[in-house]
Design a protein around this ligand. Sequence first.
Ligand code: GDP
Ligand code: MG
Length: 167
Amino acid sequence: RCGYVAIVGRPNVGKSTLLNHILGQKLAITSRKPQTTRHNMLGIKTEGAVQAIYVDTPGLHKNNEKALNRFMNKSAASALKDVDVVVFVVDRTRWTDEDQLVLDRVQYVQGPLIIAVNKADRMEDKAELLPHLQWLTEQLPNAEVVPVSALHGHNLDTLERLVAEHL
Ligand code: GDP
Ligand code: MG
């Protein structure tokens, strides 16, 4: 089995960190600065008979006036087409206007959708995740939800298993 997996989300939620951890190598540059990923990046993870082709995207930007931002938004939007699974990465500590932009696009995705609630390592209390999540899952009733820590690798096996089920 083989398929494309788009990793989308606003800048800085940890998309590239997630891809790197899944691949076990530093393919995509990660940084505290937004706009570190300027092009879509492909990373292939083969495990047994399953081959997942991950597409890391620059993230959707609110400011569409700069040419670079428009270019990055186009890259991110194009990654949503012709994919088998979409992983929508959100930061469990913060919901912003740019997350809303991504949500607006992701709502039109027909295929399987997984919400990866990242930075779950910073969670002192698991209940803290819930208010934010409940609202989000109401917006995306067909999405599966998995809390992860891209940085520490928590729960990425679960995420990869969910992805593989749709390939
Ligand atoms: P991207 O713009 O979505 O690709 O985000 P990056 O992967 O470049 O990460 C943005 C920042 O968030 C970096 O400083 C990462 O180290 C940090 N980050 C990513 N994942 C996690 C996580 O699971 N926990 C914590 N605490 N920080 C993270
Ligand atoms: Mg990135």
